[in-house]
Design a protein around this ligand. Structure first.
Ligand code: FAD
Length: 380
């Protein structure tokens, strides 16, 4: 395995870092305070190639690989975690299934807009009662004339309040039926956005419920048709856990950098605190966490790009990176002492942002269950 970035990946990373540093970082506090990622953030990311990164050139994208996606997501999350969640959800959780299983017409209509940063996409699987239990879905797609009628409620839909397109998982024919994935373009009759759900972290990434009532869709809206993938199969695509892995690495790296900069500037007992061994240990632990998370995620991305990707390596990367980000944020906070408890500071924001990744994209427990299942079956 060779994880050295290729020249075009290095150039992409350099350009994107500049955009993130100059345009996203200065607004990160405002995004957190106002609870909204401005449209220009996505337009700037589109210009830097991120919004169409893994989209083929014929649909307006850059046709790059998963290693590039990982590197890019880290850069965005390092400067503005909310923007990273909004953008990567659109590109991967909405864009990838649409590219893989959408009809040609849908792809030609929606994917170029996504690459231009003009479309926010969403993935609506979770329901309030079922939570992690993906078999327990109440949203149904009842066959109706030449299509389906969708009814039910989705909970925790990231990008829900602003999405122009949405993938909804619904049980076909009744609750025991196959859990198919339907693509809806919004506004759409029979679909309503529920009240916004304010979150403690990544507050600019807006979340809501989505209500569906007798929403009539054509057969073409069922991704992959009758033989298409289930919602769980989509979530088990090896690319999916890398959304939160990239996010977590960016947040962990930001925590490390913030801790170093604070420790260099803060003096106690006549010495900068960066000279104390206790601070060295914390910085070393943070570095190890971020470094291992990055290597695991690069391995998973490299395997996908080599055609050997599996959900296990990606789950390992997501599980480790999300827990590592939280550890890094806690260590960073401790190095800040009382300053970490000041509301609205960068360290306060990083602490809150770091909490998101252990839950989003499947909780740590769900990933542990999946990994154990594969290990015990001798597949990992
Ligand atoms: C901000 C935010 C954004 C989100 N965005 C989206 C989105 O865009 N699309 C989407 O579909 N979903 C989204 N989710 C939903 C997210 O994926 C779920 O929150 C997650 O899957 C867990 O569901 P739950 O919150 O109902 O927790 P529960 O399933 O109720 O779990 C509660 C706790 O119990 C544990 N647990 C549950 N079952 C088991 C078990 N069998 N064994 C061991 N432990 C168990 C869990 O790990 C967790 O610690 C989002 C959630 C949040 C908070």
């Amino acid at each position: 395995m060779n994880f050295d970035l290729k020249e075009e990946q290095k150039e992409f990373q350099r350009n994107l870092r500049k955009v993130c540093e100059e345009l996203l970082r200065p607004k990160a506090r405002e995004v957190d305070r106002d609870g909204k990622v401005p449209e220009e953030n996505l337009l700037e990311l589109a210009k830097a190639g991120y919004m169409g990164l893994t989209i083929p050139p014929e649909l307006g994208g850059c046709g790059m690989d998963m290693v590039s996606f990982l590197v890019g997501t880290e850069e965005v999350a390092r400067c503005c975690p909310s923007t990273a969640l909004v953008a990567s959800t659109s590109l991967m959780r909405f864009g990838l299934p649409t590219m893989l299983y959408g009809s040609d017409g849908t792809k030609r209509r929606l994917i170029p807009l996504l690459a231009e940063g003009k479309l926010r996409g969403a993935w609506a699987h979770t329901e309030k009662e079922g939570g992690s239990d993906r078999q327990n879905l109440k949203t149904v797609a009842v066959p109706y004339e030449d299509g389906f009628s969708l009814s039910g409620q989705k909970h925790y839909v990231l990008n829900g309040p602003e999405a122009q397109a949405l993938l909804v998982v619904a049980a076909i024919g009744g609750q025991e039926g196959k859990k198919g994935v339907f693509l809806l373009e919004l506004p759409c009759s029979g679909v309503e956005c529920g009240p916004e759900i304010r979150t403690v972290g990544a507050r600019g990434a807006r979340v809501s419920s989505i209500y569906l009532k007798d929403c009539l869709v054509s057969r073409e809206r069922l991704l992959g048709g009758e033989e298409g993938p289930s919602g769980e199969e989509i979530e088990r695509l090896p690319q999916m856990p890398l959304v939160l892995a990239g996010y977590s690495i960016g947040v962990g790296q930001a925590a490390l950098e913030l801790a170093i900069s604070y420790a260099m500037g803060r003096t106690t007992f006549g010495r900068p605190i960066v000279t104390y061994q206790e601070v060295h240990f914390k910085i070393a632990d943070m570095f190890v966490n971020v470094d291992v998370a990055r290597q695991l995620a690069l391995r998973a991305a490299w395997l996908i790009d080599s055609g050997k990707g599996s959900h296990v390596e990606s789950s390992v990367a997501k599980l480790f990176a999300s827990e590592a980000a939280e550890s890094c944020a806690l260590l960073c906070a401790h190095i800040h002492g009382g300053a970490s408890l000041e509301e609205g500071s960068d360290v306060d924001r990083i602490l809150r942002d770091s909490r998101m990744a252990r839950v989003l994209g499947g909780t740590s427990e769900m990933h542990r269950m999946l990994i154990a299942e594969e290990v015990l079956a001798g597949r990992a």
